[in-house]
Ligand binder design. Structure first.
Ligand code: 13P
Ligand code: SF4
Length: 367
């Protein structure tokens, strides 16, 4: 089920009183459900979630860590996922049929995941097979729909996250001569470049035009990048870097690989959400960083490290709007609905899709 279908299937709206309730009551209600359900409830929270919900999470992590904890948890009957739609789908695929996954607000999608739909992917595959024959293995960033993961699983490929992308690209190129990387062109390009694949061996598939963008000897193409991006990370620019270098010459610039190649090239360090957190944690007191990633996380890192000087690489940066849809009122509504036996915010990946998508996820988790 894609995001639009799940929105249509879930007409139940948050009751008005949750939106007008004060924070103290909302927090008390959330703790009450957590106490009552105990181990029957599990709340994973992505690092980009707001503090108002992250305080209730049983595990926090980046996409890879949350996929791993979901796969390992066999105990919880109810998983209330504080993250976005594709993460909850992944949790549903990796848990047992008895475990139920919920997303507190069904509008919490991901604009990048929406940049590749299964019809576009089928069309691209047909055209690329006609161009290159059976020489391509597909890889998809976990930031993609379950249908795309199933496509990838069915064609021998795997999922990747920003913390294992290098390993996964290396593995893919031992399987086939070329790879198709969905849906984030920047993570694909940055990863392949870091592994020594030259930019002129990379082509871009444009799903809107249904065409391959490449100038040069087509036989040289090793990596086909899907023309998608993260609307949060693309807001970090080389101009931001110039500004920071001018104003804070000693500051280290650390960015997520969803930023463009130009931004990553001019930065001092680049890596997944978890990498950014760990590197800043490891740094000596007094160190300073300009961070190129989502704002809820950057604010949290600032508060956790008062001994370090931390700023956002882009001073006008906002939080990820869809991540932010999981707020305290929706979270409490979801918890109380779960407790009352309502299924309205449940994420269920259709069995056939889930089976194939699991192949792609399992290949990643094994590697
Ligand atoms: P990671 O959690 O893999 O760093 O991905 C970041 C992201 O954009 C999640 O939506
Ligand atoms: Fe999607 Fe980017 Fe938001 Fe992550 S930060 S959920 S990739 S839009």
């Amino acid at each position: 089920m894609n995001l639009l279908e799940s929105l249509q299937a879930n007409k139940r709206q948050i009751p008005e009183h949750y939106l007008t309730m004060n924070v103290t009551e909302l927090e008390e209600r959330a703790w009450a459900v957590k106490r009552k359900l105990g181990d029957r409830l599990f709340v994973p929270g992505h690092h980009y979630q707001k503090d108002e919900v992250i305080q209730f999470s049983d595990a926090t992590g980046d996409s890879l860590q949350l996929a791993q904890v979901a796969a390992a948890n066999r105990k919880a009957e109810f998983i209330v996922f504080c993250g976005v739609h594709f993460m909850a789908e992944t949790a549903d695929i990796l848990t047992t049929n008895e475990q139920k996954v919920y997303l507190p607000d069904m509008r919490a999608g991901c604009s990048m995941a929406d940049m590749a739909d299964i019809h576009q992917t089928n069309r691209a595959w047909e055209a690329l097979q006609a161009q290159f024959g059976d020489t391509i293995i597909p890889l998809t960033y976990v930031n993609s729909t379950a249908a795309i993961k199933a496509f990838v699983g069915e064609h021998g490929g795997a999922t990747v996250t920003s913390s294992n992308a290098e390993k996964m690209v290396e593995w893919a190129l031992t399987q086939k001569e070329r790879l198709l990387f969905l849906p984030d062109q920047h993570l694909g390009r940055n990863t392949a470049y870091k592994l020594g694949i030259p930019l002129d061996s990379m082509a871009v598939w444009d799903p809107i035009q249904s065409s391959l963008q490449y100038e040069g000897d087509i036989e040289k193409v090793k990596v086909i990048l899907w023309k998608g991006h993260c609307s949060v990370h693309e807001n970090f620019t080389t101009k931001n870097i110039e500004q920071v270098r001018k104003q804070h010459p000693d500051m280290k610039i650390i960015v997520h690989p969803e930023c463009s190649r130009e931004v990553v090239a001019l930065s001092d360090m680049a890596g997944s959400t978890n990498y950014i957190i760990t590197e800043i944690e490891k740094a000596t007191p007094g160190s300073s960083f300009a961070v190129g990633t989502e704002m809820n996380l950057v604010n949290r890192i600032m508060h956790q490290h008062p001994d370090k000087h931390i700023i956002s690489l882009n001073p006008y940066m906002c939080a990820c709007l869809t991540m932010n849809r999981i707020d305290l009122p929706h979270f409490v509504w979801c918890l109380e609905s779960v407790e009352d036996g309502f299924e309205s915010n449940r994420i269920v990946v259709e069995e056939g899709v889930a089976k194939l998508a699991k192949l792609a996820l399992d290949r990643m988790l094994k590697i």
